[in-house]
Design a protein around this ligand. Sequence first.
Ligand SMILES: O=C(O)[C@H](O)COP(=O)(O)O
Length: 247
Amino acid sequence: MTSTLILLRHGNSEWNAKNLFTGWVDVRLTEQGRAEAKRAGELLLEHDLLPDILYTSRLTRAIQTADIALEEADRLWIDVKRSWRLNERHYGALQGKDKAQTLEQYGPEQFQTWRRSFDVPPPPLDDDSEFSQAHDKRYAELGVDAPRTESLALVIERMLPYWHSDITESLAAGDVTLVVAHGNSLRALVKHLDGISDDEIAELNIPTGIPLVYELDDDFSPTGPGRYLDPEAAAAGAAAVANQGKK
Ligand SMILES: O=C(O)[C@H](O)COP(=O)(O)O
């Protein structure tokens, strides 16, 4: 038996629009982001891909995206599970910083290392920073272990247990499973699904607001490549993500 997994990065956010490193900072969608989420819902309807269950991060931009897309597909009623394990990568001391200024200040090599290396996290964020989540109630269960910065490797380490414990359970039950999350938490999941190497994952960028669909076998391995429901828009969106920071 195969099962269907739909991955969706949230639509354009207020800080995507301002070109700021966001991470765990809880910003909302822009008008453009809402339109992308609506289009995502239309694409699901057009392709007859109607989710039975929704997984999201605990961040508002993913929750808003899911709600708008599901409303469009007339599926707001499905069960929902949220977890911090699907959150964006914690961007450490880069949270709140301008991507173009950071590139200019630190140079392209350091900038790329922080954004796309597999296991080099940015410096940790101070708990008294206005961009810290150290005292955010929604992460109370994490206590002192709440991240202050993360590499992609650390995202994989906290995301994969949730994939194995919860998301694959829905897939095994035959549910069309929608996961609405973030650029880097989805890069982590796609790395796992497609068996992408630690080096090659640097080249993978996930566009905002376009559903990416996988058919999975009984072992939750893809039976073929993931397919974006709007491949042209996805290619353009991924290129724009890759170029963030460049003028
Ligand atoms: O947290 C952010 O700034 C973005 O959502 C992802 O940023 P990146 O593409 O620079 O990793």
